[in-house]
Design a protein around this ligand. Structure first.
Ligand SMILES: [Zn+2]
Length: 100
């Protein structure tokens, strides 16, 4: 697997294209069946939703995660959650020096 990690340029490109909305994620409490999410990217509406009720570390990882999706959408690349999660851990460790 070729890893093309998120760059500052990718982040700037994502910020140009998407609105970032910090909001509560009430569905996380209502039904665990839906799964618990800390971020959602709506590529059609060009909005990234971030759960405002998460730790600083989690928020950082969520932003890396969603912006990695944004980068792949722009490049027309298909990605998987597993791949994005792996890349997120690598980038986080690079930037902050540990996995948490
Ligand atoms: Zn994802």
């Amino acid at each position: 697997m070729d890893l093309e990690l998120l760059t500052l340029r990718d982040v700037i490109d994502a910020l140009m294209r998407y609105d970032i909305k910090h909001c509560p994620f009430p569905q996380n409490d209502i039904s665990k069946k839906l799964g618990s999410h800390n971020g959602i990217i709506d590529d059609e509406k060009k909005i990234v939703y971030l759960n405002e009720e998460q730790t600083q570390e989690s928020m950082r990882k969520t932003i890396i995660h969603e912006f990695s999706h944004a980068k792949n959408y722009r490049a027309g690349k298909k990605d998987t959650e597993k791949q994005i999660e792996k890349e997120t851990e690598i980038i986080y460790k690079k930037l902050y020096g540990s996995n948490n």
